[in-house]
Design a protein around this ligand. Sequence first.
Ligand SMILES: [Zn+2]
Ligand SMILES: [Zn+2]
Length: 81
Amino acid sequence: MVEIYNDRIEGLYCKCTKGDVAIFEILKDCIRCIYCKNEIKCKPPIEFVWKEKCPHCEGKMSTFIIDSSGIKICSRCGLSK
Ligand SMILES: [Zn+2]
Ligand SMILES: [Zn+2]
């Protein structure tokens, strides 16, 4: 279950987690995992999050975010779809 707050997003996939349990801080020009400090470049605020397999992550399950410019970005690898 993904929860989007003003300063963080809970329930995302990250390279450092096995499931969708990572918490990302929302910064000015990225979101950053609080565990491994991996930064995913984007333009907050984050509008929407959903789960889908990422073709750049060996087809593994991941979470995608949509940022304020409407770009879809994988929270594991940071690549847009
Ligand atoms: Zn991480
Ligand atoms: Zn990915």
